[in-house]
Design a protein around this ligand. Structure first.
Ligand code: HEC
Length: 162
């Protein structure tokens, strides 16, 4: 009981001192034509990964033409650069990883002023790619915290594969 009370007091304190970072609200999913953008890479996170619960699936990453040159240099990215991760389920059959239905669409869009508190990137994730199901209410906590270690690549994990 004591411990519970202490925990809720701590949580209340956190709620007071940290302001939620604004999610990307100027992108309407699915960003038009992303399947015709440059395909950056595909990564599969399966059950063996500690990230499976949060990020499990087949990650198909695309970048728009604004950011393409910067990707090749490893950043920094100009404003209006946009990454889309088209996240899909997959099944494994006889050692073949087969792409399945869409789990969601994740977006990072660069606007160095508007999203200054999250490295200049706006983040959003739509469950199933459904415009009515945005999941991000606090981009700093839900997204940016995990991208922060990639500061030297402008907070982007993906690198150019020639
Ligand atoms: C637990 C760590 C973690 C969290 C939390 C996380 N990401 Fe990522 N993100 C990654 C990793 C690792 C990659 C590179 C793997 C890949 O290719 O998908 C990545 C890649 C991306 C990419 C492709 C560009 C890049 O950096 O390579 C986008 C877009 C993206 N994430 C959006 C989001 C959004 C939106 C959220 C919040 C809903 C989020 N991420 C939360 C770890 C994370």
């Amino acid at each position: 009981m004591q411990r519970l009370r202490l925990l809720s007091a701590t949580l209340a304190l956190v709620a007071v001192v940290s302001f939620p970072a604004q999610p990307a609200d100027d992108v309407k999913p699915p960003p038009a034509g992303y399947r015709h953008w440059f395909h950056v890479n595909t990564m599969i996170i399966d059950k063996a990964s500690p990230l499976f619960k949060d990020l499990g699936g087949m990650h198909n990453v695309y970048i728009n033409s604004v950011g393409e040159a910067a990707l090749k240099k490893g950043g920094p990215y100009p404003d209006k650069s946009m990454f889309v991760t088209d996240l899909h389920d997959f099944t494994v059959s006889d050692g073949s990883y087969v792409e399945g239905a869409r789990k969601g669409l994740a977006v990072m869009v660069k606007d160095s002023k508007k999203y200054a508190s999250t490295g200049g990137w706006g983040f959003q994730f739509w469950e199933g790619g459904d415009p009515k199901k945005p999941q991000v209410t606090d981009a700093a906590k839900q997204c940016f915290a995990c991208h922060q270690p990639k500061k030297d690549q402008d907070y982007v994990y993906s690198t150019y594969i020639p």
